[in-house]
Design a protein around this ligand. Structure first.
Ligand code: SF4
Ligand code: SF4
Ligand code: SF4
Length: 244
C-alpha cells in the first residue's frame, strides 16, 4: 500500500515553512530571485526548489481572497514521467515498492536535454525541472531517505497547521473524505483533486480552475516517434483517461 499525502489547503496559512524545510533537508542553496508583484517566491519550481507555495488572488463579490497551493510532485500511481523515461532508458525513473515514491535516479544524467524535455512533457502536472549544472532531471522524492529512517517528510514535519498530512493510503483517503465534508460546510465548491490517481491529494476550497493552471492535470504531449496508441499503452490513468 503506497504512502499518501493529504494537503488540506483550507488550513494553509502560506507561512512557507514547508518550502524552507524542503530546501534545508536537501541542503539546497538560496537562489537568486526578485519581487514580481506577488508573495509567491521564487516564481516557479526549480532544481533547488522541489516545493513551492503558490499564491493566487481570487476576486470575490466584495473582496479579494488568497488561494494558497503548496505544490510538489504528486507521486502519481501510474506516472507519465516514468512511462516516458522507460521508453528511453529503463531505470532512469523508478517507483519505490514500499512507499510508492516516484524517484528520478542518477541515470537521468544519461538523458540528453531533449530527451529530458520529452519526459517533462509527459507529466500532467508540469513538475520535473532540468538541473543545468548537474545535467539531470529533478523533483521531489517524497524524502525517501527520511521515510527509510522511519521519519515523515520534512515538509510534513514542519507544518504546524494540519495542512500537510502523511500516512497509509487508506487512512489518508478516509481523512480526506472527513475533511472534505467539514470544509464543504463553509466552502460548497471544495473538492479533492484526482484522489484516485495520485499519492499527493489536494483538498481545495474553490473550483480548481481558480488555482494555477497545473492544479488541473493537462493532456501531455506525445513524445517524438510515439503514436497516440503507444502513448496510451504506456501512460495509463490519469493520462489515458484524459486522452480517451
Ligand atoms: S508549512 Fe503548512 S501552513 Fe505553512 S505554507 Fe506549508 S502547507 Fe501551508
Ligand atoms: S506529478 Fe509528474 S513528475 Fe510527479 S510522478 Fe506524476 S508524472 Fe511524475
Ligand atoms: S516530500 Fe521532501 S522532497 Fe518532497 S516536497 Fe516535501 S520536503 Fe521536499
Amino acid at each position: 500500500m503506497p504512502k499518501t499525502f493529504l494537503i488540506d489547503t483550507s488550513r494553509c496559512t502560506a507561512c512557507r515553512g514547508c518550502q524552507i524545510a524542503c530546501k534545508e533537508w536537501k541542503g539546497f542553496p538560496a537562489v537568486h530571485t526578485k519581487q514580481t508583484g506577488t508573495h509567491q517566491n521564487p516564481p516557479d519550481l526549480g532544481p533547488y526548489n522541489y516545493k513551492l507555495v503558490r499564491f493566487q488572488e481570487y476576486k470575490m463579490k466584495t473582496r479579494v481572497e488568497w488561494l494558497f497551493f503548496p505544490e510538489q510532485c504528486r507521486h502519481c500511481l501510474e506516472p507519465g514521467c516514468k512511462a516516458g523515461a522507460d521508453a528511453i532508458l529503463e531505470g532512469a525513473i523508478i517507483r519505490d515498492p514500499t512507499t510508492g515514491a516516484i524517484i528520478f535516479t542518477e541515470l537521468t544524467k544519461k538523458l540528453t536535454e531533449q530527451q529530458a524535455k520529452d519526459v517533462q512533457a509527459m507529466c500532467p502536472y508540469n513538475i520535473p525541472r532540468w538541473d543545468k549544472k548537474e545535467g539531470k532531471l529533478t523533483k521531489c522524492d517524497m524524502c525517501i531517505d527520511r521515510l527509510q529512517a522511519g521519519m515523515v517528510p520534512a515538509c510534513v514535519k514542519t507544518c504546524c497547521t494540519g495542512c500537510m498530512n502523511f500516512g497509509e493510503r487508506d487512512a489518508m483517503l478516509k481523512l480526506a473524505q472527513e475533511r472534505l465534508a467539514t470544509v464543504k460546510k463553509n466552502h460548497p465548491k471544495a473538492m479533492l483533486l484526482d484522489p484516485e490517481d495520485v499519492s499527493v491529494i489536494y483538498l481545495v476550497t474553490e473550483d480548481r480552475k481558480l488555482y494555477y493552471e497545473f492544479a488541473e492535470a493537462r493532456t501531455p504531449a506525445p513524445m517524438p516517434g510515439m503514436t497516440r496508441q503507444e502513448l496510451l499503452a504506456k501512460a495509463a490513468a490519469p493520462l489515458g483517461r484524459l486522452l480517451g
